[in-house]
Design a protein around this ligand. Structure first.
Ligand SMILES: NC(=O)c1ccc[n+]([C@@H]2O[C@H](COP(=O)([O-])OP(=O)(O)OC[C@H]3O[C@@H](n4cnc5c(N)ncnc54)[C@H](O)[C@@H]3O)[C@@H](O)[C@H]2O)c1
Ligand SMILES: O=C(O)C(=O)C[C@@H](O)[C@H](O)[C@H](O)COP(=O)(O)O
Length: 543
């Protein structure tokens, strides 16, 4: 039986001369995995070259050896990259084993070569026993016989045309390190997290779409240019919409401008929206998609850490009013989310750090593993500048994004419209949103939520739910990440009035999310004003 723990990470198949060995070896180097080529394994084992085995024992003997080697390696080559001989998948036993490998989650990579190129390489090569004699005719005959089998088995197809082996290996390495979080519920979708995942836009938008509104802000122009090029290549008509940056983009005036443009451009129900940027841009893009003709398809391409871990997923779309944050909007799920880690290369450090606020939130409410990872890597995370100088840090960031999205997915999958469980994702937000408003959005969302979580922890202590150690832990962890833990702005009455506009409030009663312990969120309904005042005092710092 093939088991995911011990099987290879990828198996490369394709015609002789396609470059499978080179692709496999270079990819393995990039992702630091072991590499095996089955022809070489057989040669080592037999002490003869493949041609010598063919000559001395015949093709069938070679195929038997090959099958044995492949079946063994599919069961026991943990995390490796395996390159197969071109004819191997034609063997029924190997074919079935590859199907089983796929079912266990394995990646079968079909390296596709243009027939003209394949033939010309075949003519030049003199070591392939099956191509002896009329090499070009033999190659074409094998190609016709095998290509549908390769296609049927492939989970990833790479075309070698117009590219270099190095670039192909990079693409494969990216595809193999991609993570996917599935969000279930009435309209299920995937969140794909990895370098280069923007290339999957076409896959997510589908072929029914003709026009795409690409909504983005100016600081992410470089990434929206890339997305626009990919969309055009895929044949979509792209309407490029640059909206004001950050919270200035989350207004009804901006929505109105976009609606009018969509009308002018003739957007129909089968057209789509792509939201690319930080959480403010994806919130506005989702809102447009939710409201245009009462709802069209949209895909989010988050480019800030906060948008990747939180804003782009879960379908809370909306805009702000002068009176408060996110007061108008709708629950409307995207068709998919593409969190392209390459976009983090341009993300300013302070915006990366604010995103850690929502990562920590997910740790506090559900996943202790996130908290441990944050503790261990706090120093390097707080100075993360998106560069790839420290590869292990890149993997930590990808892990943290995946885990945080998993926490989000667990909540929104069962409670899309926030009737109970989903409210836990709002930990720290009741005060956080009030701070953002009072500070005229000069405070970043994640920083405001960070103070909001300290406030909620103090409130939990005052009402007998948390001990002092847990409150101290909040302050210590958040400040080690470069997040704020105190706030001296506003006054209590102003804050209280704004907290009454929180969406968890019912009538005159406030509702908070607090912890009964780490990973144990609960609701606190209508706490006494004296407790709120005491918690408010606890987040003030003497200057
Ligand atoms: N819908 C939800 O569930 C949800 C969840 C959390 C937060 N939010 C909302 O998300 C917003 C906060 O998101 P945010 O922190 O991303 O803020 P933001 O959208 O204001 O982005 C922060 C800044 O970073 C820039 N930026 C983003 N990616 C960049 C990149 N790769 N390179 C260079 N610059 C980049 C943006 O243009 C902006 O200037 C708030 O409006 C918040 O209410 C929504
Ligand atoms: O997805 C949710 O639900 C959340 O509460 C996630 C929050 O981190 C996010 O900031 C959300 O936008 C807050 O929504 P709101 O309903 O409090 O405006």
């Amino acid at each position: 039986m093939i088991e995911s723990d011990s099987m290879p990470k990828a198996v490369v198949i394709g015609m002789p001369g396609a470059g499978k060995t080179r692709l496999g070896r270079e990819t393995a180097t990039l992702i630091k995995a072991p590499f095996r080529d089955t022809d070489q394994c057989i040669e080592e084992e037999a002490g003869q070259s493949v041609s010598e085995i063919f000559d001395a024992q015949g093709e069938q003997a070679f195929r038997d050896m090959e099958t044995g080697v492949i079946l063994d390696l599919l069961k026991d080559f943990s995390g490796g990259i395996l390159s197969l001989g071109g004819g191997a998948p034609m063997n029924t036993e190997v074919f079935q084993a590859l199907q089983e490998y796929r079912r266990a989650g394995g990646a079968v990579v079909y390296l596709q070569i243009d027939p003209e190129e394949g033939v010309s390489r075949a003519v030049r090569s003199d070591h392939r026993p099956l191509l002896r004699g009329a090499a070009s005719e033999r190659w074409m005959a094998l190609y016709r016989e095998r290509r549908s089998v390769y296609q049927e088995l492939a989970t990833i197809t790479l075309k070698s045309r117009n590219t270099t082996p190095r670039a192909l290996a990079r693409r494969l390495a990216d595809a193999l390190t991609e993570r996917v979080v599935h969000v279930s519920g009435p309209d299920p979708y995937d969140v794909r997290i990895g370098a280069g995942v923007t290339e999957r836009l076409h896959e997510m938008l589908g072929d029914q779409t003709m026009r795409v509104a690409l909504i983005h802000t100016q600081p992410v122009q470089r990434h929206s240019d890339h997305a626009r090029a990919l969309l055009r290549q895929a044949g979509y008509q792209v309407v490029d919409l640059t909206i004001p940056d950050a919270e200035a983009g989350k207004t009804i005036q901006v929505s109105q401008g976009i609606w009018e443009r969509l009308a002018t451009e003739g957007f129909t129900r089968s057209d789509a929206v792509v939201g690319l940027g930080g959480g403010a841009a994806t919130d506005q893009a989702g809102f447009i998609a939710a409201t245009w003709m009462r709802g069209i398809r949209y895909v989010n391409c988050p480019t800030s850490l906060l948008a990747m871990v939180d804003a782009s997923t879960g379908g809370k779309t909306g805009i702000n009013l002068e009176q408060g944050k996110n007061l108008v909007g709708s629950f409307y799920t995207p068709a998919g989310v593409l969190a392209d880690l390459r976009t983090l290369r341009t993300l300013p450090n302070e915006i990366f750090v604010e995103g850690l606020g929502e990562v920590a939130k997910s740790g506090f409410i559900m996943d202790g593993g996130i908290l441990r990872e944050l503790e261990e890597r706090a120093e390097s995370l707080r100075s993360f500048d998106g560069q790839e100088s420290d590869q292990s840090l890149g993997t930590v960031v990808q892990d943290l994004i995946e885990r945080t999205v998993e926490v989000k997915a667990r909540h929104v999958s069962v409670d899309l419209k926030e009737s109970g469980l989903r409210e836990f994702l709002n930990y720290g937000h009741t005060l956080g949103h009030a701070i953002e408003k009072i500070e005229h959005f000069t405070w970043r969302h994640g920083q405001a939520v960070s103070v909001g979580m300290v406030f909620a922890a103090e409130l939990a202590r005052i009402t007998g739910h948390l001990d002092q150690d847990a409150v101290d832990y909040h302050r210590q962890l958040l400040s080690s990440l470069g997040l704020r833990t105190w706030w001296n702005g506003g006054d209590f009455d102003q804050v209280l009035a704004l907290m009454h506009r929180d969406k968890k409030a019912r009538g005159n009663k406030l509702r908070f999310i607090i912890l009964d312990g780490l990973g144990k969120p609960t609701h606190l309904d209508d706490p006494p004003v004296s407790a709120l005042k005491e918690a408010f005092q606890a987040i003030r710092k003497e200057e």
